[in-house]
Design a protein around this ligand. Structure first.
Ligand SMILES: *[C@@H]1O[C@H](CO)[C@@H](O)[C@H](O)[C@H]1NC(C)=O
Ligand SMILES: *[C@@H]1O[C@H](CO)[C@@H](O)[C@H](O)[C@H]1NC(C)=O
Ligand SMILES: *[C@@H]1O[C@H](CO)[C@@H](O)[C@H](O)[C@H]1NC(C)=O
Ligand SMILES: *[C@@H]1O[C@H](CO)[C@@H](O)[C@H](O)[C@H]1NC(C)=O
Ligand SMILES: *[C@@H]1O[C@H](CO)[C@@H](O)[C@H](O)[C@H]1NC(C)=O
Length: 483
């Protein structure tokens, strides 16, 4: 009897232990699933403005499998978040994953933030690229006269808009478009990766942009712009993959960018021929610093060729060019009108270049046949100093326009070491006027040497700061719940 009782007790105890174990297991299961519903990620970044509201793309049905289109998820997320514009603004977080998407538009007081392992993949479904009008200052699209495909990330008439991240990636999957371009199969002009039009207070920072269909970053008719910490990479033979193109913009700061591309690393523009002249919006007050450029077939910094609205007050410093066709290049033509003036560049290092300095007055490339042959560009006050270059084929090729000289060209403290296979004449100059001091090899006679004692006071870089340099970024700390 006693034995039986003992056995019974043992069974009871075992049952109890099992029951307890089950309860523990179940409750930890619940805790697990609760925990996975409330994974909170926090992120910190610097920005022109922080945001009061946050959401994740996954809250709007986003699927980061690299196959499902997220165009609608982006559109509905941004449209939902636009309600917070006047309530502290909102940010949309893109988590790690591959997010296939067509073109979508941003809203005001808004931040798009990409996790470091987030990749936006540009869709290759042409119906996900709505067609819009050509730019008024260009009169036509560059690839095709009719409309243009809207940029992957687009915005117009916005204020206070940020695209940033922890070096997340935007991959334009450009080969699809480059083929169409080469085969002349484009009905409309190729899309850009990021374009903001008629907007004020823009920040584009800490991103990697790959394989853009055409230009990478295009702020146009906009003001108060910071572009910082962007890596841009495209094959050096890809067509028109310009890095950053400030176009009819006021007060822009481009810093800490690394660009490898098939076209100009930075191309400063302001509209094309009669359309640009009529529209009349210059690019002015532009700062470019700490830019590294690799572009074997194009320029480190190009001014033009579309400059018909004028380009004024550009300051570039601490620029590095490696294996690049030219350093600073001015491109213009009869019919452009407009001006390029008050340009200052200091502290530039160049390695393996075809031309250190290049000015082209006969670039041609007209929007149409209706350009005004009397619309001559004014090129004046171009200042270069404190530069070193090696492995250079030609020091300078400076070609103005007959009866329209390029004036006030100033070059000081520049040492250029020529490549073994360099041209006999390191400089060629025509229709230009200016001075030099402390430049090797000895410049052409049109740029007379002022003597070494003038080396520090010739072509001085301005000391007063531009308004965009007063703008300080705030530190934003956010957190977001992810599934
Ligand atoms: C860019 O990233 C760096 C390093 O992670 C960070 O310190 C900085 O705040 C970021 N800057 C911007 C402008 O987003
Ligand atoms: C292309 O996009 C359109 C519009 O979003 C959609 O209706 C169509 O199914 C897509 N085609 C493919 C092949 O995914
Ligand atoms: C955007 O602003 C420009 C210039 O002010 C104006 O001409 C245009 O109509 C505006 N576009 C929209 C969509 O509001
Ligand atoms: C961002 O990513 C690119 C591509 O992987 C890399 O080359 C670059 O160094 C990264 N930039 C920063 C600041 O980490
Ligand atoms: C000349 O330029 C170099 C940098 O290339 C700089 O270190 C040096 O101070 C400059 N000299 C003068 C006299 O400005």
């Amino acid at each position: 009897m006693k034995l039986l009782w003992k056995a019974h007790m043992r069974v009871q105890v075992i049952r109890l232990v099992y029951a307890l174990l089950l309860v523990i297991l179940l409750s930890s299961d619940v805790a697990e699933s609760r925990k996975s519903k409330t994974v909170t990620t926090s992120f910190v970044y610097s920005a022109i403005n922080c945001r009061a509201h946050s959401a994740s793309l996954t809250d709007f049905g986003g699927i980061g499998d690299g196959k499902t289109s997220n165009t609608k998820a982006f559109q509905s997320a941004i449209s939902h978040l636009s309600q917070y514009a006047s309530k502290g603004g909102a940010q949309l977080y893109v988590p790690a994953g591959k997010w296939l998407t067509g073109s979508f538009s941003l809203t005001s007081h808004f931040t798009l933030y990409l996790n470091k392992d987030a990749v936006l993949l540009a869709s290759q479904n042409i119906s996900e690229w709505p067609v819009i009008e050509p730019l008024p200052s260009y009169g036509r699209g560059r690839d095709a006269a009719a409309g243009r495909y809207t940029s992957l990330i687009f915005g117009t008439n916005l204020t206070d808009v940020i695209v940033t991240g922890d070096n997340g990636t935007i991959d334009g999957q450009g080969a699809f478009w480059w083929q169409k371009f080469h085969k002349k199969k484009l009905k409309y002009t190729r899309p850009y990766l990021i374009e903001l039009m008629f907007s004020d207070s823009i920040q584009i920072s800490n991103l990697t942009l790959l394989n853009s269909p055409s230009w990478n970053v295009h702020p146009v008719y906009s003001s108060n712009i910071i572009i910082k910490g962007i890596t841009i990479i495209a094959p050096v033979t890809s067509p028109n993959t310009d890095g950053i193109n400030p176009d009819s913009c006021t007060n822009t700061r481009i810093e800490d960018c690394y660009i490898v591309s098939g076209d100009d690393c930075v191309a400063v523009k302001s509209g094309w021929d009669e359309y640009g002249i009529k529209f009349g919006w210059p690019t002015k007050q532009l700062v470019i610093r700490r830019l590294t450029c690799i572009s074997p077939y194009s320029a480190t910094i190009a001014l033009g060729s579309e400059m018909s609205g004028g380009i004024q007050d550009v300051r570039a410093e601490d620029i590095t060019a490696i294996h690049t066709e030219s350093g600073i290049r001015i491109k213009t033509a009869v019919g452009r009108g407009g001006y390029v003036k008050d340009i200052y560049v200091q502290r530039m290092t160049m390695h393996t270049m075809k031309w250190a300095f290049w000015m082209t007055g006969n670039y041609g490339s007209h929007a149409d046949k209706n350009y005004d042959p009397n619309a001559l560009p004014e090129i004046k006050g171009i200042n270069y100093r404190d530069m070193v270059a090696d492995e250079v084929t030609m020091a300078g090729n400076l070609e103005g326009i007959s009866n329209d000289q390029f004036t006030g060209i100033c070059i000081a403290n520049v040492t250029i070491s020529m490549a073994a296979k360099s041209k006999k004449q390191p400089w060629t100059c025509s229709d230009v006027e200016g001075i030099t001091s402390g430049v090797t090899p000895k410049p052409c006679n049109l740029l007379p040497d002022q003597g070494p004692e003038k080396i520090t006071t010739t072509c001085e870089f301005p000391t007063e700061t531009l308004p965009i340099d007063m703008l300080e970024l705030k530190k934003c700390t956010s957190s977001i719940k992810l599934p």
